[in-house]
Write a protein that binds this ligand. Structure first.
Ligand code: AP5
Ligand code: MG
Length: 189
């Protein structure tokens, strides 16, 4: 199985590129952000809990997130592989993913780190906030999300380097150009 972690700061293009990867390689896609937004939309208990964190730009507690991830993963049947978008976001989540895959005789194949300068992230997310109105795409919350990314999530870059899974992708440029670079990395596996 091809298990791909797509990684990067808020607005780096994880969702955009995941969609393309899913279509080309026929993988299943887990976006933890999308899972949580669907729960909020459906007004579930989980959604109510998640909303409090998302609106503040904070991460949902690891234990809760790890349970959700395992249950979505196990819902895929005869999967050729999975793209993990927005997970892991903490060292604890990376450990949990590694263990969960190992228990199922699998491993992360590659971690793709989409690197994008901070001004560009801000511009993209402000624009999306104006166009489609994701509740956390306002300047104040974006700043909090970026802070959380730097303090809690970016340490995963070194973690995946140590695992020998890290692959840098220049996330600035056209969506097609970035996708071509991603395909090259996947095809070289
Ligand atoms: P999540 O939904 O994962 O949001 P995020 O990480 O903040 O990232 P985004 O989805 O905003 O950006 P993206 O990288 O997917 O970029 P996109 O392709 O959309 O998480 C939201 C919240 O949920 C978190 O803050 C947290 O509270 C919670 N959460 C989720 N997972 C969690 C976890 N594992 N643990 C704990 N809490 C968790 O692109 C962004 C915009 O840029 C789009 O408008 C797009 O059209 C545009 N764009 C994309 N590529 C380009 C390009 N090359 N050039 C120009 N524009 C581009
Ligand atoms: Mg996304």
């Amino acid at each position: 199985m091809l298990n791909i972690v797509i990684f990067g700061a808020p607005g780096s293009g994880k969702g955009t590129q995941s969609e393309r990867i899913v279509n080309k390689y026929a993988l299943n896609h887990i976006s933890t952000g999308d899972v949580l937004r669907a729960e909020i939309k459906n007004g579930t208990e989980l959604g109510k809990t998640a909303k409090g964190y998302i609106d503040q730009g904070q991460l949902i507690p690891d234990a809760l997130m790890i349970d959700i991830l395992a249950s979505v993963f196990d819902s895929f049947k005869d999967s050729k592989g999975v793209i993990f978008d927005g997970f892991p976001r903490t060292i604890a989540q990376a450990d949990a993913l590694k263990n969960m895959l190992a228990e199922r005789g699998q491993d992360v194949s590659i971690m793709l780190d989409l690197e994008v300068p901070e001004e560009e992230l801000m511009t993209r997310l402000i624009k999306r906030g104006q166009d489609s109105g994701r509740a956390d795409d306002n300047e104040e919350t974006i700043k909090k999300r970026l802070h959380v990314y730097h303090s809690q999530t970016s340490p995963l870059i070194d973690w995946y380097k140590q695992e020998g899974k890290y692959h840098h992708i220049n996330g600035l440029g056209t969506m097609d150009g970035i996708f071509a670079e991603i395909c090259e990395a996947i095809d070289s596996l």
